[in-house]
Design a protein around this ligand. Structure first.
Ligand code: AMP
Length: 435
């Protein structure tokens, strides 16, 4: 199947070809025809599946058809009005959506603007006053500008709610509901969420009219293409293991996840002190600092980016081969979101996790969600789990596969630095400590 089979107009096909895309991803194959039929859509898909193009491309095409129809029947409108609103939880994601609109709409005459909080509103207000067709926004700044009567949603024809479950996680649901109450009733709505907890289903039911449903790569299957492994390691030895792993030159870039902001900063300091160029991004950093850190990572000026979940949400880095969970998340879906930073759009990727005693239950929850056991990498002998810390009798998890190599790159290159193997299985048992 090629994009040509999706009845797309020439300016969009040309833009896609300029981007180097020829084959639509599964969500694009399913969603584009439905949106072009002007159906409301409920999409269960996460970042990395190509969902941004799945909603942007058909909406651009519908907007263009409308523009041509109105040009023939009505006199030109004196000023541009916002017809399409894309609501997304984070600034990074908003910026990326803006970049997608610029790419796919390159040969179309629409103007778009991305707005988010944490920066001056001046430039955003100016752009809106000059006229915008498509607005990409995070909820807080949008509400703020609506309250100041700078933005009106009265002319919205297309509304896209992106990453609805993350809106819920980040406490934005109330804001989202307020925004929704200002939308005209007659509109086409596209609703995307990686997971569908009850509250999200309820929100979708309120927002959508007779929606078509598309579901691709639900969390359990998204991770199949990613080579995953877990090291059982004492908390205090994690930094040494990470440094050892980074001795492998094949790891050009590594995205590392920590749970807390201060842990991200601390780890970045430790790695820099060890001569490994590292930056940290998290919610306490300014928007500029986050963008710079991201840019340095993308251009490989820094080798390691340490991120917390919220800051990393929507990070889109082509060819990111390695992700490492320095700490396991206590919400299993977050694991899927994290490792989904690699293995994008069908590419393979490697996800390594460190698991200490206190995280054992998190690992169990993750394995339940993804419906498979994550292969155990043998911890280097000098970093084995200390027996003192083992809370009860050692156990081998039944059915737990063990990978004989310790760490491999995408090219299956064995790492020379991990030659000493433990002969035994995993001597580790879960504790009940909670984060
Ligand atoms: P998304 O899920 O929207 O975050 O997209 C994930 C990545 O896949 C982005 O880097 C897109 O540029 C890329 N992508 C989306 N659709 C395609 C496609 N049909 N062919 C190749 N790459 C794509």
């Amino acid at each position: 199947m090629s994009f040509k089979n999706l009845q797309l107009i020439e300016p969009i096909l040309r833009a896609l070809s300029k981007e180097g895309y020829d084959t639509p991803t599964p969500i694009q194959q399913q969603a584009i025809p439905l949106v072009l039929q002007q159906r409301d859509l409920l999409g269960c898909a996460q970042t990395g599946t190509g969902k941004t193009a799945a909603f942007t491309i058909p909406v651009l095409q519908l907007m263009y058809a409308k523009l041509l129809a109105e040009r023939d029947s009505k006199p030109p409108h004196p000023s541009r009005r916002i017809q399409t609103l894309i609501l997304t939880p984070t600034r990074e994601l908003a910026i990326q959506i803006g970049e997608s609109i610029a790419s796919y709409g390159f040969y179309l005459p629409f103007r778009h603007k991305v707005i988010f909080g944490g920066v001056s509103q001046h430039n955003q207000v100016q752009a809106i006053r000059n006229g915008v067709d498509i607005l990409v926004a995070t909820p807080g700044r949008l509400l703020d500008l609506m309250q100041q009567r700078i933005i009106s949603l009265a002319d919205i024809k297309f509304f896209i709610l992106d990453e609805a479950d993350r809106m819920l996680d980040m406490g934005f649901v109330h804001d989202v509901k307020r925004i929704i109450s200002h939308l005209p009733a007659k509109r086409q709505t596209l609703f995307f969420s990686a997971t569908m907890p009850t509250e999200i289903k309820q929100l979708a039911a309120v927002l959508l009219t007779n929606p078509a449903k598309v579901e691709v790569t639900p969390p359990s299957s998204t991770v199949d293409i990613i080579q995953q492994s877990v090291y059982f390691i004492d908390k205090q030895r994690k930094q040494d293991l990470l440094k050892k792993i980074l001795q492998d030159d094949a790891i050009k870039s590594l995205l590392v996840f920590t749970q807390m902001k201060h842990a991200a900063d601390k780890l970045a300091k430790i790695l820099n002190a060890a001569g490994i160029r590292t930056e940290a991004i998290h919610g306490n950093k300014s928007q500029n600092a986050r963008q710079n850190a991201l840019q340095n990572f993308k251009t490989r000026t820094t080798r390691v980016l340490v991120a917390t979940d919220i800051a990393a949400r929507g990070i889109d880095i082509d060819e990111l081969s390695h992700v490492l969970n320095y700490e396991l998340p206590n919400v299993p879906e977050t694991y899927v979101h994290r490792i989904g930073r690699t293995g994008r759009a069908g590419a393979s990727g490697i996800a390594i996790s460190f698991c200490d005693h206190s995280e054992r239950e998190f690992l169990n929850d993750i394995q339940k969600l993804i419906k498979k056991k994550i292969p155990v990498s043998q911890t280097p002998v000098d970093m084995e789990i200390s027996e003192v810390n083992t809370l009860s009798k050692p156990v081998l998890v039944k059915g737990q596969p063990s990978i004989k190599r310790n760490f491999q790159t995408a090219g299956n290159r064995p790492s020379g630095s991990f030659n000493r193997r433990r002969q035994t299985g995993m001597h580790f048992n879960s504790g009940n400590r909670q984060r």
